[in-house]
Design a protein around this ligand. Structure first.
Ligand SMILES: *Cc1c(COP(=O)(O)O)cnc(C)c1O
Length: 370
């Protein structure tokens, strides 16, 4: 048997073949390996400009970016924050860390993102903020959410961890709400190994986040602390990776869109397979090229994943909705999120994929149960 004679195709892998090594070496040679050094300001400025925001605050990861955004806005015990159930667990955990209560909303069928009508039903006197998550690289329909936020005096924190460079009606995500948060984990569109960043155009919020990121130390009096702060700093080495990755971000996004286009053409007529959405007002960055395996397909979702695995092709199931997971379990049903979670697969989406790789994956899917 010549099992696995063909190359293993990963869901994701970083591409670090630009100036990464050169810039990281410079940190090591110069000794600027900790959280001082020019790459941090360079990266913050470049990423904020890329998003169309005034300020960028680099932090240790995407989860600390979310937590820092929430605490900088003064969200804490007694408050409620509305977020989609279909997201990565970190979005809910960051809310819980503040002492506030996460309130889960269902997803839309059309975009797989949080459903504004369901948000509206869940607003109470205690609601302080909404966290729209641009899931798998597709932007959230922000206008209805911004309108709700204005009407009810709520903060909007965009979780843009999966959507660097995605556009809503021409504007980049991260600049649409009060604050945006990003992750630069190894599988995100650009990576710093671990890392995160908060974007905002509000000078007071920028200052508050910088202060809390660095132990809440008084700027007038060293080692005098007026609040309980955090050490959420990014290192210069991480930022050096980030600066090198920023030189190629447009190329990576173009490549992700090419991957999606190529898959779409090969899979468009496969019965029972639903292709990923791109709303007419959206510019998706297709962080993960994702499909739904519906009842009309000969295999169920797990069956198709097993088949891909047997042919040395990696894939990932969609997230489990958070409202069914032990720390957040509730009895209510969120039918759209639950169905998406049962039917969704993230297919190989690395920028390193070749056309041949995509054809191989698509051929396995097309061959159905055979
Ligand atoms: C990756 C991710 C995060 C967390 O980022 P880390 O850098 O891993 O902490 C948060 N939210 C979403 C939607 C993510 O995909």
């Amino acid at each position: 048997m010549k099992e696995h004679s063909e190359r293993f195709i990963p869901v994701s892998e970083p591409l670090l073949s630009g100036k990464e090594l050169e810039y990281v070496s410079e940190c090591i040679k110069s000794g600027w390996v900790s959280s001082l050094g020019h790459y941090i300001q360079d990266f913050e400025g470049q990423f904020a400009r890329f998003c169309g925001s005034k300020y960028g605050v680099a932090v240790s990861n995407g989860t600390t970016a979310l937590h820092l955004a929430l605490v900088s806005l003064g969200i804490g015990p007694g408050d409620e924050v509305i977020l989609p159930s279909l997201t990565f667990i970190a979005t809910a955990n960051a809310v819980r860390y503040t002492g506030a209560s996460p309130v889960f909303a269902d997803s839309e069928k059309e975009t797989w993102n949080i459903d504004p009508q369901d948000i509206s039903r869940r607003i109470t006197r205690r609601t302080r903020a909404i966290i729209p998550v641009h899931i798998y690289g597709h932007p959230v329909d922000m206008d209805p959410i911004l309108a709700l936020a204005e009407e009810h005096h709520l903060q909007v924190i965009e979780d843009a961890a999966e959507a660097h460079g995605a556009r809503y009606k021409g504007r980049r995500v991260g600049s649409l709400g009060k604050v945006g948060t990003f992750s630069f984990y190894g599988n995100k569109i650009i990576t710093t190994g671990e890392g995160g960043l908060l974007t905002t155009s509000d000078g007071d919020l920028d200052a508050r986040a910088r202060f809390l990121r660095d132990h809440a130390m008084s700027s007038e009096k060293r080692y005098w602390h007026t609040d309980v702060g955090y050490n959420y700093r990014m290192t210069n080495i991480q930022a050096a990776l980030g600066v090198a990755q920023m030189e190629r971000i447009e190329e990576f996004i173009e490549r992700k869109r090419w991957i999606a286009h190529t898959y779409n053409q090969l899979l468009e007529n496969v019965p029972g397979i639903s292709l990923p959405p791109e709303a007419e007002w959206a510019f998706s960055v297709y962080w993960m090229y994702s499909i739904l395996v519906t009842e009309k397909y000969p295999l169920n979702r797990d069956g198709l994943m097993e088949k891909l695995r047997s042919k040395n092709v990696d894939s990932r199931p969609f997230f489990y909705p958070i409202h069914v997971q032990p720390p957040y379990q509730c009895s209510e049903s969120l039918p759209v999120a639950e169905r998406l979670s049962q039917q969704g697969i993230n297919l190989p989406s690395a920028v390193t994929l070749t056309e041949q790789d995509i054809e191989r994956v698509a051929a396995i899917i097309r061959s159905g149960s055979r």
